[in-house]
Design a protein around this ligand. Sequence first.
Ligand SMILES: Nc1ncnc2c1ncn2[C@@H]1O[C@H](COP(=O)(O)OP(=O)(O)OP(=O)(O)O)[C@@H](O)[C@H]1O
Length: 250
Amino acid sequence: MTDVLLETRDLALAYGAFRAVDGVSLRIARGSIHTVIGPNGAGKTSLFHCLTGERRPTAGRILLDGREITREPPHGRVGLGMSRSFQVTSLFQELSVHENLRLAAQGIDGWRALNFWQRLNKRREHLARADEILERIGLAERAGVAAGELSHGQQRILEVGMAICPRPKLLLLDEPTSGMGIDDIPSMTSLIGELGKDHSILLIEHNMSIVMSISDTITVMNRGQVLVEGDPETVRSDARVRDAYLGEAA
Ligand SMILES: Nc1ncnc2c1ncn2[C@@H]1O[C@H](COP(=O)(O)OP(=O)(O)OP(=O)(O)O)[C@@H](O)[C@H]1O
């Protein structure tokens, strides 16, 4: 085992002649919260899509735990321990909060192949996992409510809970606070900070106060490339970062 959980080497994604991701080399340390920021159009979402397997990079490599996954399809990456929460809501709206979590815990067990007793044991395990996650994400009191009845912010929190149910090696979060009301943002921030204690997380986030308060490492992208990387203090005080964001405002 190395300390680097996810690595990209000279990763590129071109749309026609335009290189949205242009030679990005990242090293995500095991056990860290690593955030990618950058002005609009910097290439963050394109990078994220390469990592999840939704987009095939035009050049470069991706390694998870030292294993090449560059050509692995999205479901293969999930099987290898990468889990993501979605920007668009992906819950079963009619099912209860608890049932959504149980289904997520059941995830990739492929339990149709198991015998009856194993199935029963697995079911107990999944129920226990759902209970544990309910507590962890602070939705225990809403366990029996249909997911569709939750506030938007609570739905986003449930999505993160579902993403951690199968005990992923790496949790990928794409703008978990997008569309959230100001009142819900602190719960999401503290949830991610809390999860960072025993998970490795790659986060894409616009909200600077969140980024600065919970990240161990920040990679700043600009025009498809890595502009600066370091801890929050280093990034905050870097003139190139200020210039990139000022350029965006202009
Ligand atoms: N499917 C596509 N076809 C062509 N160009 C695209 C496509 N998707 C994104 N782009 C372009 O690639 C560049 C990077 O976009 P991307 O969405 O990755 O940036 P981003 O950093 O996530 O931006 P934002 O913060 O606005 O979401 C932008 O100039 C965008 O217009």
